[in-house]
Design a protein around this ligand. Structure first.
Ligand SMILES: [Zn+2]
Length: 312
């Protein structure tokens, strides 16, 4: 079984191998609950899939939205699931499920999925960048995950680009994810709608700005709405600049971009990749490739299934 505990969505899949998923399910993530509520929701999802597949999992791999100690499974921090900080989530899951549980943060897990079965197969070095509720990266170095000294490498969404910018969930201002994530796109749209209600976004959200999501902005952009297109173009530009900077640091063979916002697809990824190429240090221009995640929204659960196979 692979379980992905995200800031917005909780997904799970049961499989006979990471390539062969038998059943899957997704629910809204109960992100505001304390750790035991999160565990309960995850266990509920596992039990439902178990019933649907008619088979119990022998091991569970878990992808979690926030840095954690990969050995102990204790959550170091989670801006999106705030009340889980310090909780021994891996042990809690093992106790509740009665099977071994392996756990890592969501970008590392998705990087593993993309590296073994997706857009990064066979590479020695690659970066996986997830753009969703926030931004994070999984770093593959010499064919293996690079986790940093404490398991917290890759928190690239909190690289500060604008010290006077919007407040970030981490407590600082102007982090990369305040410019590019799903909530950032929605926030920018709300601000712009106050000054301009001629956008079709205004109709799509039924005049209620609090209903605006990045998905609605995408829908409006698909109908050639000027405001929505400008908002996505701005997000794409910041995404590209940030990706180019990451290449400068890591010199990867490939950069794979996934996560919920990346599901918007070419409307955002094409201009982002073009901007990234413009901003690359000249030396890297011919050597690095930018690609969308091949597994789509499944990179996380496939990576989590990968983690679970260590007991096979
Ligand atoms: Zn931040």
């Amino acid at each position: 079984m692979g379980v992905e505990i995200g800031g917005t969505t909780m997904r799970a899949a049961i499989a006979t191998s990471p390539r062969r998923i038998i059943a899957r399910r997704a629910i809204p993530s109960p992100a505001s609950l304390p750790a035991d509520g999160i565990v309960q929701a995850a266990v509920g999802l596992v039990n439902e899939l178990e019933a649907e597949a008619g088979a119990a999992p022998r091991a569970v791999g878990v992808s979690f939205a926030g840095p954690l100690d990969p050995k102990s499974g204790v959550i170091l921090d989670s801006p999106h699931l705030r009340q889980t900080r310090g909780a021994p989530l891996r042990k809690m899951m093992e106790y509740a499920l009665g099977v071994p549980v392996a756990m890592d943060n969501c970008e590392n897990v998705a990087a593993l999925g993309e590296h073994r079965l997706g857009a990064g197969r066979g590479l020695r070095s690659m970066l996986y960048v997830a753009v969703g509720t926030g931004i994070g990266a999984g770093i593959i170095h010499s064919g293996r995950l690079y986790q940093g000294a404490r398991g917290a490498a890759g928190e690239v969404g909190h690289i500060v680009y604008d010290p006077k910018g919007s407040q970030c969930d981490c407590g600082r201002r102007g982090c990369w994810e305040t410019l590019v994530s799903g909530p950032a796109i929605a926030r920018e749209a709300r601000v712009r709608l106050k000054a301009d209600n001629s956008s079709i976004l205004y109709n799509l959200c039924a005049g209620k700005q609090e209903n605006v999501t990045s998905e609605l902005v995408h829908q409006a952009a698909l109908q050639n709405d000027r405001l929505a297109s400008e908002i996505l173009a701005r997000a794409a530009r910041w995404l590209g600049i940030g990706l180019a900077n990451l290449v400068t640091v890591f010199d990867p063979e490939r950069v794979v971009v996934g996560g919920g916002v990346a599901q918007i697809g070419n409307t955002i990824l094409e201009p982002a990749f073009a901007t990234a190429r413009d901003y690359l240090y000249p030396f890297h221009r011919d050597s690095v490739r930018f690609l969308p995640a091949a597994l789509g929204v499944d990179s996380g659960v496939v990576g989590a299934l990968m983690l679970a196979t260590k007991w096979r």
